[in-house]
Design a protein. Structure first.
Length: 468
């Protein structure tokens, strides 16, 4: 029997419904479950794409001549941020009428950029289009074809996927019809890509790999064995799902903007003023991407089962500080702050996780500098104290006569985040940050002093190998 063409594309694919030891009992739980499955599916698609593309490409290798290896159609925002995917797949994003078009690189020069040149283009859906209520990802490559949809069926949230060429063909025809209405000028080029990467019969190895990745990327709350299951309050689980979705939706468009900016920076004959502005855009995007990554990782670690501890190892804190201090100083200088550092010439090794510690420290310093008035001085002191290494941050006013800043006002957002109205800064709350340092083998102490304002003190355990 021939399949009827649906109004959206959510009915084209079977439901992704792995066994759940904690079945949903109401719509809110069903919604959280569907979003969790969507995130798992998208992470799995990204892994498949990175394995299928000819070779890994870094940002420094991007060029407008990069060969297109496939067609990617998503909604309502760009989904993937990895440079290899951004550069090698031509991406079309169906945006909703209320989407923030400023986040998409659609009109950077006062004219509509060339559709083929930029490898990424937004197309706005009609306001009454039922597709505006869905999230979807259609992937067409020479290796595999796949569609993933987050929508509703029979009034309930559903995440669905399919490798079936018939389903993919119906999905493509549904999207092509919309493009014919709203962006017919691009149809001939997209038709060429769709014909070049038309849906193919799935190789069972890609399907098996995708299924395995689905399990690997599922949040602990859905797939952990009962013996290791973490009892997370429903309210906290909702916070985690919201933060995961929020950080993903922010990082993805920012990464797209940064990639396009770096492509522009490669263009010859740019004026110094333009180079300076593009450099500032690149830097700001990178900082915000790193902040979102810290929030995402922090929440993930904060809700991890105790049995899944962070890997700790003997590491050189001196090398970490040598790498991070220039970035900290740049952050301070941009806010007209003076960063003074007092570090011994030779530091003992500590026990922690170098990658996560670097990210957490940089995020902590950034939040610290955002709260200080222009002209303040930040003192960073590192000293061995017994069997621990002490790293302390404190601020001083511009002069002895200058009043110190008032204590920072922070509003809680859920149980994991705080918001500072004066700066617009969103960050992990101090309880979560303290838990992160505990997972990293250390300890964070926060005190308010009348003269120094907020003082942050971090203790890290010294390596017994270094002491012996």
């Amino acid at each position: 029997m021939a399949k009827a063409e649906p109004t959206g594309i959510d009915l084209l694919v079977p439901e992704f419904n792995p066994p759940d030891p904690h079945p949903a009992t109401d719509r809110q739980e069903l919604l959280l479950k569907a979003h969790s499955q969507w995130q798992s599916a998208i992470a799995s698609v990204e892994t498949l794409l990175l394995k299928s593309l000819p070779s890994p490409i870094g940002v420094q290798d991007l060029s407008e001549e990069t060969v297109i290896e496939g067609l990617l159609i998503t909604a309502p925002l760009p989904i993937f941020s990895h440079p290899a995917i951004v550069s090698q797949l031509h991406t079309i994003t169906f945006t909703t009428p209320h989407a923030n078009r400023q986040l998409l690189p659609c009109k950077a020069t006062g004219r509509e950029p060339d559709f083929q040149e930029y490898h990424h283009f937004p197309i706005e859906l009609l306001p009454t289009d039922p597709l505006a209520e869905e999230r979807f990802c259609l992937v067409l490559t020479s290796q595999f074809s796949l569609v993933v949809v987050l929508g509703e069926e029979d009034g309930e949230p559903r995440c669905q996927f399919s490798f079936d060429p018939d389903d993919l063909d119906l999905a493509w025809k549904s999207l092509r019809g919309r493009m014919m209405l709203t962006a017919p000028q691009h149809l001939s080029y997209v038709d060429e890509l769709a014909a070049r990467f038309s849906p193919i019969e799935p190789d069972y190895r890609w399907v098996m790999a995708f299924s395995q990745y689905l399990l690997e990327h599922q949040p602990t709350a859905h797939i952990a064995p009962v013996a290791q299951q973490v009892e997370v309050p429903t309210k906290l689980a909702a916070d985690v799902e919201l933060i995961q979705a929020l950080t993903h939706e922010i990082r993805t468009p920012l990464t797209t903007i940064r990639t396009m900016t770096r492509l522009l920076l490669r263009q010859p004959e740019l004026s110094p003023r333009v180079l300076k502005r593009l450099g500032a855009i690149d830097r700001e995007c990178t900082e915000q991407i790193d902040r979102m990554e810290l929030i995402f990782s922090g929440v993930e670690l904060a809700t991890t089962a105790p049995s899944q501890a962070v890997d700790l190892t003997t590491m050189s804190i001196g090398e970490l500080l040598e790498h991070s201090l220039p970035q900290w100083k740049q952050q301070a200088e941009r806010r007209n702050l003076n960063l003074a550092v007092a570090i011994p010439h030779k530091l003992p090794a500590v026990v922690s996780n170098p990658t996560i510690l670097d990210r957490v420290l940089t995020g902590l310093v950034e939040n610290f500098t955002r709260n200080l008035p222009s002209g303040s001085r930040i003192q960073v002191e590192v000293t061995p104290v017994g069997d621990r290494l002490k790293l302390q941050l404190q601020s001083q006013p511009e002069s002895d006569e200058s009043p110190h800043t008032a204590p920072t006002v922070r509003h809680a957002i859920g149980q994991l985040l705080t918001f500072q109205p004066e700066t617009g800064n969103l960050s992990l709350n101090m309880n979560v940050t303290k838990n992160l340092f505990q997972l990293l083998g250390g300890k964070l102490i926060v005190r308010q002093h009348l003269q120094q304002g907020e003082v942050l003190t971090i203790f890290l355990p010294l390596s017994t190998i270094a002491q012996s």
